[in-house]
Design a protein around this ligand. Structure first.
Ligand code: SF4
Ligand code: SF4
Length: 405
């Protein structure tokens, strides 16, 4: 595929449909077809400036799944030079949403935003990749992306169902490190001076997912159903905390994702735990400092480039160690994506694992750092699965360790 083989622009088909009926949609698109057309045209004539930055490109070594390749294909389907087929549609799902390409794009192109809408068009045409079937079935049955049984149950001594302060845990924390939910509940009680209410009780009496991975499949009706019927009531809450960067990013106007429609006025904008910890740790410091010279930090792409929480994460680290983190290899803008996003892992499990191992290897090359700390549960889980011989943990696990929780 060459840069100069662009077909003449035709009337592009709409990428989104107007909501049906009188009820407000659960999700509002934040980009118009014109925005997408502008972005895909920029990519078409670009000398692939961001190619090196993409985790899918690195893991799969295929031109088709570079940011340029995916956006070029989107442009061709918009021009109707290429018909949307299951094979074409599948290509749009190879973006993890990390937004790293945007950090190197002179046009500030938001590739995941464009591809999210391309997936909605694919899903409307019944072309969600079959590899995502188990993830969708798990959402239908459990309201989470993972079907695996979770043996953990919340400690009734930790949470107060009557509290007006809510805590909605990340479903990757639930799946990979469920005991941390109790510890975070205790941490919040210590720092806030009151117990919190555990939010998101699903069909199996466990917290549900906010729906981000389901939205990333492009299946808008399924996401709407999840938001309208499976989202827990947040009635009576005055504050809502979460350790899920995706849930926080839903409410971040600058993120790539379509906004949730808060038709229910009781629904609150969530605060990520690092935002509250950044202030609370300084006022109520742990007895034990963390030795930051041992720590190599991996900034999660969802925490930095979608939820804009890299500064808060660094503030937490500084408060825990009392110093600057000396072993910081990647900053919050250019940090590499580990490939751990649920849809990409479902679609390309081996490539996702290769990418996680590659990022873990890079983090491990520091001369003094022996611990890897990721700012999100999703990444800590993916990195640890790929390199179980390394000491890899999450930032919130580190906080609980400092407080001996
Ligand atoms: S996202 Fe930006 S840098 Fe990357 S291919 Fe498109 S125009 Fe070029
Ligand atoms: S957002 Fe990340 S995964 Fe998606 S195209 Fe850009 S660099 Fe690749």
């Amino acid at each position: 595929m060459r840069h100069d083989d662009a077909p003449p622009r035709g009337d592009a088909p709409p990428l989104t449909q107007a909501p049906q009926g009188d009820a407000p949609p659960a999700v509002r698109p934040t980009s118009t077809p014109d925005d997408i057309g502008r972005m895909s045209a920029y990519c078409t004539y670009c000398p692939k400036m961001c190619r090196f930055s993409c985790p899918a490109s690195a893991a799969e070594s295929r031109e088709t799944v570079t940011p340029w390749g995916m956006m070029r294909l989107l442009e061709l389907t918009r021009d109707q030079s290429v018909a949307l087929s299951p094979e074409v549609a599948e290509t749009f799902y190879h973006c993890t949403g990390c937004r790293r390409c945007q950090a190197f794009c002179r046009h500030d192109n938001d590739v995941p935003r464009a591809l999210w809408l391309a997936r909605e068009q694919a899903a409307e045409a019944g072309m969600v990749p079959p590899a995502l079937g188990p993830l969708r079935e798990s959402f239908a049955a459990h309201s989470r992306p993972y079907a695996g049984a979770v043996g953990w149950r919340p400690d009734p001594e930790v949470f107060d169902p009557e509290s007006t302060v809510g805590f909605w845990p990340d479903c990757d924390t639930l799946q990979s490190n469920a005991g941390l939910i109790d510890r975070l509940g205790r941490l919040l009680e210590r720092l806030l001076g009151q117990k919190v209410r555990l939010i998101g009780t699903g069909p199996d009496h466990l917290p549900v997912c906010c729906g981000f991975p389901l939205g990333a499949t492009g299946d808008r009706p399924a996401l709407d159903h999840h938001l309208q019927d499976r989202w827990p009531s947040l009635e009576g809450l005055t504050e809502l905390y979460t350790d899920c960067p995706a849930l926080r990013a839903w409410a971040e106007p600058g993120s790539s994702w379509p906004e949730l429609s808060h038709g229910d006025p009781q629904r609150l904008k969530p605060t990520h735990l690092v935002e509250v910890l950044a202030e609370a740790i300084a006022k109520n410091p742990p007895a034990q400092k963390i030795n930051l010279s041992e720590v190599m930090v991996h900034h999660s792409c969802m925490m930095t480039r979608q939820a804009a929480l890299s500064a808060a994460s660094l503030k937490v680290l500084r408060a825990l160690g009392g110093t600057e983190p000396v072993a910081m290899m990647f900053d919050g803008v250019e940090s590499e994506c580990c490939g751990g996003q649920a849809v990409y892992r479902a679609l390309e499990p081996e490539a996702a694992n290769r990418q996680a191992a590659r990022v873990a290897d890079q983090l491990h090359q520091h001369p003094t750092a022996t611990r890897q700390v990721s700012t999100a549960a999703t990444c800590a889980c993916a990195l640890a699965e790929a390199r179980d011989d390394l000491d890899i943990t999450s930032l919130l696990e580190l906080v609980c360790e400092a407080y001996a929780l």
